[in-house]
Design a protein around this ligand. Structure first.
Ligand code: GRG
Length: 293
């Protein structure tokens, strides 16, 4: 199995479907342009790839999981648009391009995020015809729970509330589990649900995604210190400038490197019950541990 090749194939599948999502747009000022500006703006597509590949690993096909893969990417994109707004992180650059509100203005950026959040569920529910309805309901519920106040939005609220004060390691872990981990976990779990995986399969996939999600966040904190601005497409050092408590500020770089390795090993191990079928997702965990963007 060539991991890079499989990754490119999955990414191409997602790109093609996302590009077709808003083809039948109504003339609505800049709204659809703003939605597509960020949705088709060069993300790594990690979450949808997780959805496609856990579906494959659990005996389904990537095509079956595609509506849910697109849905999770739409929610991820909305979160980035809103996170960059002046009332949140106030960032000017994302993926090497001006942030959504810098191009379209704040009001349209808010609406573009809202439009993508809603389109996510429209896509998941309308385009999954042919799947057993109970799987569709379970996958949509999983996504809604992870995206909302009990997951990503709650994590963002905790993050905002933590700014400017000292935060312990367990607090940082808790809020990151919600802010970043919940959506990554749902992305992986939805593929398993779509494939009709067992409760044990779902638990193993969840464990993999939780470990991977935490490793992803620790690596993200490291890149904010040692990353290359051109590769990352955004300025480095913003956590420090904003006086944010991060894994790096709490543990230091060397301990973070070790932590990423440990968590990645645990993620790989979690998929051992799937045998050879887990090869790509294990490769993906290892390659994300070394990512430069
Ligand atoms: C505003 C509702 C709301 C939520 C915001 C996820 C989030 C919560 C904010 C994003 C800001 C951030 C840096 C979060 C950490 C998670 C993370 C590393 C996001 C970037 O994900 P990638 O690397 O992005 O998958 P690409 O650009 O590849 O899509």
């Amino acid at each position: 199995m060539d991991g890079q090749l499989r990754l490119r194939e999955d990414q191409a599948l997602v790109e093609e479907r996302l590009a077709a999502c808003f083809r039948d747009r109504e003339p609505m000022a800049d709204l659809y342009d703003a939605m597509e500006y960020s949705l088709l703006g060069g993300g790594k597509r990690i979450r949808p790839v997780l959805t496609l590949e856990t579906c494959r690993m659990c005996g389904g096909s990537p095509e079956q999981a595609l509506p849910f893969a697109c849905a999770v990417e739409m929610i991820h994109t909305y979160s980035l648009i809103h996170d960059d707004l002046p009332c949140m992180d106030d960032d000017d650059l994302r993926r090497g391009k001006p942030t959504n509100h810098k191009v379209y203005g704040e009001a349209t950026a808010v609406l573009a995020g809202d439009g993508l959040l809603t389109a996510a569920f429209e896509t998941a529910l309308e385009e999954s015809a042919g799947l057993p309805p109970e799987r569709v309901t379970a996958a949509a519920a999983c996504l809604a729970q992870a995206a909302g106040a009990r997951g990503m939005v709650g994590g963002q609220a905790l993050d905002m509330a933590a700014q400017g004060r000292a935060v312990s390691r367990s607090e940082v872990e808790y809020l990151q589990k919600k802010k970043t981990g919940a959506l990554l976990s749902a992305a992986a779990e939805m593929g398993c649900i779509v494939a009709g995986g067992s409760e044990e399969d779902r638990a193993a996939v969840r464990r993999y995604a939780q470990k991977l999600g935490l490793a992803f966040q620790v690596r993200d904190d490291m890149l904010d210190v040692e990353g290359d601005e051109a590769t990352l497409g955004k300025p480095v050092g913003s956590d420090r400038a904003n006086e944010k408590t991060t894994f790096v500020s709490l543990l230091g770089m060397d301990a973070c490197r070790e932590l990423v390795e440990k968590l990645t090993g645990e993620a790989v191990e979690a998929l051992a019950p799937f045998g050879e079928a887990a090869g790509f997702l294990q490769w993906l965990a290892r390659s994300l541990a070394e990512r430069e963007r």
